[in-house]
Design a protein around this ligand. Structure first.
Ligand SMILES: C[S@@+](CC[C@H](N)C(=O)[O-])C[C@H]1O[C@@H](n2cnc3c(N)ncnc32)[C@H](O)[C@@H]1O
Length: 256
């Protein structure tokens, strides 16, 4: 992987959106609690299945918005694994030999066509400009390289939950919602599926699939309940939900 000096910037710390994101994730306990929820584990199991099917050796791997990466240990002995995020306290929790860097996923400081595998898990919906980041991923990915995306999307029943949360935030304020549900960012949106479809066209081949990971309002009341998994297993059997799963996955390959 080669650094492109002309694309190296200090994080734009005056950017309110970046600040809000960092504040949201700068609490490791709350972050770990979010990662441990049955809802999160269900979709992470699908991510893990995909990662286990990747036989990578000598590859340059870039994880964007890695948090505390769940994939670095799988890949970092046989590959160059670069884990990046804007939240320093999370980046620091990743172990060597991964290379750890603070990096805004919207501006990648790497040269064109130098990365073999790019990982986005639950980060695109946190970005002010998803198009910017996806164009960067397309730019830095190597021929035959892959891009993996796992994100929540609009065409799902979780979107109802998302809008109820927005409404509660407007009426009762962000602090109130934070107390109620823990780690979250007020600016979260959903994956811009249209942008993925448009940007990874022509030189790219795409495989898309969805799973249902039903999201209960993550009130403390439901904290340790497995109700969301029980609901997900039930709804997953109904054919209609196969097409409107709550989480969308893309496996994108750059052809040339
Ligand atoms: C929901 S967490 C996902 C963490 C991890 N990828 C996972 O597998 O669960 C979202 C992450 O995106 C990071 N993030 C938010 N905005 C970002 C940006 N502009 N550039 C890079 N990372 C960002 C946050 O700091 C946080 O670690």
């Amino acid at each position: 992987m080669e650094i492109a000096p002309e694309r190296c910037f200090f994080l734009n710390m005056s950017d309110d959106r970046l600040q809000t994101e960092i504040e949201a994730f700068d609490d490791t306990q709350a972050y770990l609690e979010l990662m441990a929820r049955p809802y999160t584990r269900r979709l992470k199991a699908e991510v893990d299945k995909y990662m286990a099917s990747q036989n990578l050796k000598g590859a340059t791997i870039l994880e964007l918005g890695c948090g505390i990466s769940e994939h670095a240990n799988r890949f970092n002995h046989d590959n160059l694994m670069v884990v990046t995020d804007i939240t320093k306290s999370l980046v620091e929790k990743n172990d060597p030999p991964s290379i750890r860097a603070i990096c805004d996923a919207q501006v990648l400081p790497f040269k064109d066509k130098t990365v073999d595998f790019i990982i986005y898990v639950g980060i695109l919906h946190h970005l002010p400009d998803q198009v910017l980041s996806l164009n960067e991923a397309a730019r830095v990915s190597r021929p035959n390289g892959r891009i993996f995306i796992c994100e929540p999307h609009r065409r799902s029943i979780n979107y109802v939950y998302y809008n109820l949360r927005l409404l509660t935030m407007r009426i009762l304020g962000v602090r109130f919602v934070k107390k109620l549900i823990g780690c979250f960012s007020p600016d979260e949106s959903q994956l811009n599926v249209k942008a993925v479809e448009n940007i990874f066209n022509g030189d790219f081949a795409k495989k898309k699939w969805t799973i249902l990971s039903f999201r209960l309002p993550p009130l403390r009341l439901f904290k340790d309940s497995k109700l969301d998994v029980i609901f997900s297993n039930f709804f997953d059997r109904l054919p209609i939900f196969k097409h409107i799963g709550t989480t969308v996955f893309y496996d994108i390959k750059r052809l040339k």
